[in-house]
Design a protein around this ligand. Sequence first.
Ligand code: GDP
Ligand code: MG
Length: 182
Amino acid sequence: LPAMETRDCGYQFRIALLGDAAVGKTSLLRRYVRPPEPQAAAEPEPTVGVEFYSRVLQLPAGPRIKLQLWDTAGHERFRCITRSFYRSLVGVLLVFDVTNRESFEHIQYWHQEVLSTQGPDKAIFLLIGHKSDLQSTRCVSTQEAEDLAASLGMTFLETSATNNCNVELAFDVLTTAIQQAL
Ligand code: GDP
Ligand code: MG
């Protein structure tokens, strides 16, 4: 079962962030797992392959859940390890950059990559429009992202690592949906 029960900590959920390079996956994840840094955070290095982080989440009136959070590089070199990795996921944040049209157009590709590997246990998806602080250069509207999310049967949220906007909420929403689907 992909959602593993652990002795010490209720459940362990394996979740990945998928999306094109430079949409902000690493920044979003670091914002979530690390305490706020007083100075401006260092620029993340481009991710090579996968890296994982973990955080324990206590849902209100729910069990303690250990999140195993996988950061991925959005490029071809990652493809060789994808099938079994995708199959093991219980949750996916599909991330695009609201200032990058192409990253939005590639969302269905990332979605399909995961769906094509899945068995009977389906992952829960959340669509993320990231860099919501960049309103003046945005080129994907909230409405069209909501329409895409609705057509794919998922929820849409806008996040910013820079402004720390909706970062906690995104993981809460995804984890709650996974827990309810168990
Ligand atoms: P990844 O390739 O998807 O992991 O993207 P990174 O996390 O490496 O970020 C790519 C670039 O976008 C970096 O220059 C980040 O500083 C920048 N970035 C990440 N998140 C945000 C955000 O919320 N707002 C803005 N304005 N820039 C961001
Ligand atoms: Mg990265």
